[in-house]
Design a protein around this ligand. Structure first.
Ligand code: ADP
Ligand code: ZN
Ligand code: ZN
Length: 685
């Protein structure tokens, strides 16, 4: 009998005789008016229809899949239908998983059915018992990277520095005591944080426990995976988006069956079905990828903290640039704070040189490379080094405008301009994916004076090639990594020095530890600075710090050149001096003055409609109703209604209202729901 089964049964004592009625959450894929429905359990299924099990139940005129989420009582006089079949033995969800699902549903005001759907891989949810379908036998590079070490002798741990030992101490204590603790490991890039995680995980494994390691999708590099796989050969599962559905289901089953002990994965790895969890590690805790951008809109860090609490295990958050919310929590008692202030072996952080692009423009240089950056590139490559050029925008031109009438070519379905991709001679919408050929004449006035403005990675590649024809270039962005293993291939080629210069978006900013990178050029530091979001300063600071941190990891001295139009902006200034503390202090003052998190919480409710006027009317109606229900003295403000930042998206207009305050849960029962509405608690990233 597995631990799962035992936990599930202890949570539901009625199972001994069997519940006569159960609460079932149907998995219909649609948002239902209620989270659970009551069903009677026929005698022959009584021992199987326990909490966590998948069942088939009649729903309307159909029979649908559902999950037993609890024992229920039928109300007198109400006729209930019967569970038709039970699919799993033991139940697919253990008791802690069910508790976690309930917590997520409550915290994010999300339908329980949607939460459970998000927790289970599709291939597991929809699998019929018995003749298990065999997936295709191809294996993605991500899985290959873990398997490569199967059967090998474990790579030895590095002896920790004294700073690392001090950082590891609270984790080792918590692992030994099997107690829940929350630790923030704040350490500069290259400080040896990963080594600390590895030691804590090794301790958990030695004690017969298991571990979850979460990294942002873009940091889930071959290097990261191999590092864990080499340390724990044959015991590592990888869960991320490059896996096929069948691979994902296979890894999930192996974990559930206790065959593997360490999960390395992105956001959804927080739901990995480990029966003997001993520690949760979240690297780069500030990554926006931890916030799920569709229902249920959970934040994986918060979910991990709750899972740690429910299962009595320590949770460690690591970052060179923690969110100021997290840092604030560390200072107000929510976390223990441990720090690694220096790079391993005392290698300095690379100095960052600032180039003011306004001056460059005055001097008549319109190239994306300032004279300084161009010279630095030449010197770097003459000396046999490699370089990374970071530009957080893909495509050729970021906007196509008519010089006659000034109109930009925009998406038919979204209120954004299309991005021009020269290699395909097409204009793409980066929000909905719509694509059309580059128009020869202006759609508004018929003029032929059409031109692209703004620069993306694709154009940068062309410009760099023109200036440095012998340089071997690689580009990494969403366009070049569309195929399954492309990310791994590009990474490996760069790591093996088959290319000199890598041009990339934020995909190259995190996690890479390559010794020969002697120059990082930040082509435009301002891309994320003016985004209408209260986190834009933090996002920018963090991206700049992270990408600068890719340089200077080897023995050769390294340079970082940062080009900006806003050298005086606090996010840029503090990134340039590598000063997280000054940045955090300034950022926290701004948050307090403007009443943003961590000083308050937010819920954004967005309504979509094909007609702008209808969306607006619905938003106004909801605004009036929520304001009325909450009333003065609730401690909550209702703000809006306003058009959303992307007013039009995929052909629908969007309006929103925001509720702000500390106890936002009080607003949940009154929030608008039903057709067209979506609710985002603690909106991301
Ligand atoms: P971080 O996760 O903080 O960016 P890493 O753990 O990746 O840092 O460490 C940076 C580099 O230093 C890696 O190449 C790693 O192998 C090396 N390193 C880490 N800890 C030690 C140690 N105790 N002794 C020697 N090298 C170490
Ligand atoms: Zn025109
Ligand atoms: Zn679009």
């Amino acid at each position: 009998m597995t631990a799962h089964r035992i936990e599930a049964t202890t949570a539901a004592p009625a199972v001994a005789t069997g519940p006569a009625h159960v609460a079932v959450t149907p998995d219909t894929g649609a948002i239902l008016p209620k989270d659970t429905y009551t069903y009677a359990v026929p005698d022959h299924l009584v021992s199987l229809a326990v909490p966590g099990a998948r069942v088939m139940v009649p729903f309307g005129s159909r029979e649908v899949l559902g999950y037993v989420v609890g024992v229920d009582v039928a109300l007198a006089g109400v006729e209930v239908r019967q569970v038709a079949d039970v699919l799993d033995e033991p139940p697919i969800l253990g008791a802690p998983a069910l508790q976690l699902a309930r917590w997520i549903a409550a915290r994010y005001c999300a339908p329980l059915g949607e939460v459970i759907r998000a927790m289970l891989p599709k291939g597991v949810r929809s699998a019929r018992p018995g003749g298990r379908k065999r997936g295709p036998r191809t294996t993605s590079a991500a899985v290959e990277a873990t398997r490569a070490h199967d059967g090998a002798v474990a790579e030895a741990a590095l002896p920790l520095t004294s700073a690392q030992q001090a950082a590891a101490a609270p984790l080792l204590e918590a692992v030994a005591a099997r107690s829940h603790r929350r630790v923030l490991l704040h350490g500069v890039t290259g400080a040896g944080k990963t080594e600390v995680y590895l030691v804590a995980i090794a301790a958990a494994l030695a004690a017969g426990r298991q571990a979850i390691v979460m990294v942002p999708e873009i940091a889930l590099t071959p290097q990261t995976i191999r590092r864990f796989a080499a340390r724990f050969p044959g015991r590592v599962a990888v869960l991320h988006s490059a896996l096929t559905e069948s691979e994902r289901a296979r890894e999930w089953r192996r974990l559930r069956d206790g065959e593997l002990d360490v999960v390395v994965g992105s956001r959804s790895a927080v739901f990995a079905p480990l029966p003997r969890l001993g520690i949760i590690v979240i690297d780069e805790e500030d990554a926006s990828a931890y916030k799920q951008d569709r229902i249920p809109r959970y934040h994986a860090v918060d979910v991990a903290l709750e899972r740690g609490r429910l299962e009595d295990v320590p949770v460690v958050l690591g970052s060179a640039t923690p969110r100021v919310e997290t840092y604030y929590a560390a200072h107000t008692g929510g976390f223990e704070l441990v720090r690694l202030d220096e790079r391993i072996s005392g290698r300095p952080l690379p100095p960052i040189e600032v180039v003011d692009l306004r001056e460059e423009l005055h001097a008549g240089n319109r190239s994306p490379l300032s004279l300084d950056l161009e010279r630095a590139l030449r010197e770097c490559h003459d000396g046999g080094g490699q370089s990374i050029l970071f530009l957080n925008r893909r495509g050729t031109a970021t906007v196509v405008v008519c010089r006659n009438c000034g109109e930009a070519v925009t998406c038919d379905s979204c209120s954004v301009s299309l991005v021009y991709h020269a290699d395909r001679r097409r204009c793409d919408c980066h929000y909905c994916g719509a694509s059309r050929p580059l128009p020869d004449i202006c759609p508004s006035c018929g003029s032929t004076a059409i031109r692209g403005l703004g620069m993306g990675t694709e154009r940068l590649e062309v410009e760099v090639h023109e200036r440095f024809p012998t340089l071997r270039l690689l580009r990494m962005d969403r366009d070049t990594t569309a195929s399954r293993d492309a990310y791994f291939t590009i990474y490996d080629r760069f790591a093996n020095h088959e290319a000199d210069c890598l041009i990339g978006t934020q995909m190259v900013a995190k996690g890479w530890d390559l010794g020969n990178v002697r120059l990082v050029g930040i082509v435009n530091a301002d891309v994320s600075l003016h985004f209408p979001d209260y986190r834009s300063g933090e996002t920018t600071f963090s991206l700049l710090t992270q990408v600068a941190g890719r340089a200077g990891r080897g023995d050769e001295p390294a340079r970082v050149i940062l080009q900006t139009y806003s050298p005086q902006h606090y996010a840029v200034r503090h990134a340039v001096t590598h000063n997280y503390l000054s940045f955090a202090r300034e950022e926290i003052r701004v948050r307090r003055a403007l009443r943003f998190p961590p000083y308050t919480r937010l819920v954004v409710c967005t309504v979509n409609h094909r007609e702008d006027a209808r969306a607006e009317i619905e938003a106004r109606r909801a605004f009036a109703e929520v304001s009325d229900k909450l009333g003065a003295g609730s401690g909550l403000d209702v703000l809006g209604p306003t058009p959303a930042f992307l007013h039009r998206l995929r052909g629908e207009y969007r309006w929103q209202i925001t509720v702000r305050g500390e106890a936002i849960e009080r607003a949940f029962p009154h929030l608008p729901h039903g057709r067209g509405w979506s609710i985002d608690v603690d909106p991301g990233p």
